[in-house]
Design a protein around this ligand. Structure first.
Ligand SMILES: *Cc1c(COP(=O)(O)O)cnc(C)c1O
Length: 223
């Protein structure tokens, strides 16, 4: 399926006036599709799988900003640590420890978002609301000097129920506002909203959306 460039222009024209950043989610999609959006000016792309990301980053233009948005296993951090722009799905202190360790090895500060579990579904990863609050208040983040926590990320339920989604996004925005008091100036990113729910997410305070299928077409995992 070809890249939907009309959709791209339409999304960008909705997002720009609201200062919302688009992450084009290119997982499972070929390099040609990424280049098509790159040629239109898109630089931020999101990937979920470490090996796929490493392969793409090696062969695509070096000024692409790669966002890791999937579930990251500690033993794979080392592969993306040299170049990743932002890790969205940080969901445990064990993972923070490992990212910090690899960031030190690379002599970099790695930007991260903490993932908060907001969906009622059980399958989604993340800190729950109470534990993230406790963690941020505890000051333990100071143990990870090579990590900069830039904000929060969340995924709403896979549902068409607007009331439910509104409730979940609102919860995340409240946690974000609370954490911002503690974490200060660098804490600015609220990554929420995907193809199916991004207008609602933006209306409830998102400033970074992760959009895949609207741009690149439905994904085919079977090949
Ligand atoms: C795949 C994925 C997206 C994009 O989903 P679409 O519905 O195709 O826009 C966004 N965020 C995360 C974490 C994803 O895994």
């Amino acid at each position: 399926m070809p890249v939907n460039t009309n959709q791209y222009h339409s999304i960008i024209s909705q997002l720009n006036p609201q200062k919302v950043q688009l992450i084009a989610v290119s997982k499972t999609k070929p390099n040609e599709d990424i280049i098509e959006l790159y040629d239109l000016g898109q630089r931020a792309f999101g990937e979920n799988y470490v090996q796929e990301l490493v392969d793409k980053a090696a062969s695509l233009p070096k000024d692409i900003q790669w966002h890791f948005i999937g579930h990251l296993q500690s033993n794979k951090v080392k592969y993306i640590a040299p170049f990743v722009h932002l890790i969205h799905g940080v969901d445990s202190e064990k993972l923070l420890q490992e990212i910090n360790k690899q960031a030190i090895k690379q002599n970099r500060i790695i930007d991260c978002l903490l993932q908060v579990h907001i969906a009622t579904e059980e399958t989604k990863f993340g800190f729950d609301a109470d534990s993230i609050d406790e963690f941020i208040q505890s000051g333990r983040l100071a143990q990870y000097p090579n990590i900069q926590i830039k904000g929060l990320m969340g995924m709403a339920s896979f549902s068409e129920d607007t009331n439910l989604l509104t409730k979940e996004f609102t919860t995340l925005k409240q946690i974000f506002d609370q954490a911002a008091i503690q974490l200060g100036n660098q804490f600015t990113i609220l990554s929420m909203g995907m193809s199916g729910d991004y207008p609602l997410a933006i209306s409830l305070g998102s400033n970074m959306v992760r959009i895949g299928s609207l741009l690149f077409g439905a994904r085919n995992y079977s090949k």
